[in-house]
Design a protein around this ligand. Sequence first.
Ligand SMILES: C[S@@+](CC[C@H](N)C(=O)[O-])C[C@H]1O[C@@H](n2cnc3c(N)ncnc32)[C@H](O)[C@@H]1O
Length: 197
Amino acid sequence: MKDQYSLLAPWYSSLVKFIFGQKLKEAKLCFLDDAKSKRVLIIGGGDGLDYAEIEADISGEYWELSDSMLKKAKANLQFSQLDFRLGNFEAGKKSDEVWLHFVLDTLPDEAIESLLEEIKLALKAGGRIVFADFFRPKNYRQKFLNQVMITFFRLVAGHHRKDLPDYSGFFSKKGFSKTEEQRFMEGWVKAQVWRLK
Ligand SMILES: C[S@@+](CC[C@H](N)C(=O)[O-])C[C@H]1O[C@@H](n2cnc3c(N)ncnc32)[C@H](O)[C@@H]1O
């Protein structure tokens, strides 16, 4: 399988920090306060750098489609108790929660549906998805940046999407309901918690 992030992986986190500062990291970490007591599944975690400050508290599985991102994650999270897996996420052992950060906006609708189906198989009863992603931009600057990002990732990482997914529609269709939400950058980015109904 082609590593679509091989060009991006060496400077992905620096680029994100340059454009967004700490905002995306804050969105990822805002609902992860009691990670220590849980078995977690991190899907599409990229280089994992933003989880490094809590790595000692993380145990479970880390799934990445990109070998170059996964290698970086192994180094950045070497003191975690994560089992690192290369490939398209497949449900195995049940977990308490899934961390899904800035992944769904890269996937076509059909891939989102099948990923959520697979996640349902992997969640324990009462389990939750801790989600963060880009939503509709709120001003001209955000609209411009959003379009630049979509075009950039289509060219450099081979993403197929030309728009943002209807996240709520997909989660609701698969039987999840939203229990918590925090907004960043006027709501362009949101962190949410979704639980199985
Ligand atoms: C835009 S990057 C975001 C990385 C990281 N979550 C972050 O916020 O910096 C999306 C990542 O998801 C990975 N990915 C996409 N679909 C996946 C899947 N089905 N299973 C595992 N990884 C996946 C890609 O390889 C890529 O590294």
